[in-house]
Design a protein around this ligand. Structure first.
Ligand SMILES: [Cu+2]
Length: 105
């Protein structure tokens, strides 16, 4: 009985975290789950990429299309409009940036 309770508690924790939109600022970006996104525009001059993104719990954002900075400017030359990615976002200097990404299949 005690074991079952512990198991249920462990299983319920990730679901709880997903539904907490206002906390999560303490979560390390490295550990943030990857969110789906589609590259809509790349502005190399501004160092920005516009992404249509899904729910981003790491920065408390609902799905939308918006501009992000990037942790590594070389990514701007690697990504193309229409690319489907999975990425993690974090706030840096008041701006949302892509902290890491991978190509989605
Ligand atoms: Cu957004």
């Amino acid at each position: 009985m005690r074991l079952i309770f512990a198991l249920m508690l462990a299983l319920s924790l990730p679901a709880f975290a997903q539904h907490d939109h206002h906390a999560g600022h303490m979560a390390a970006a490295k550990d943030a789950p990857l969110t789906e996104g589609v590259v809509k525009k790349i502005d190399a001059k501004a160092g920005e990429i516009v992404i249509q993104h899904g729910q981003l719990d790491s920065i408390g954002m609902p799905p939308m299309t918006m501009a992000f900075g990037v942790a590594d400017k070389s990514w701007l030359g690697k990504l193309k409009v229409g690319d489907k990615i999975r990425f993690a976002a974090e706030m840096k200097g008041g701006n949302a940036i892509v902290s890491r990404y991978e190509m989605a299949k």
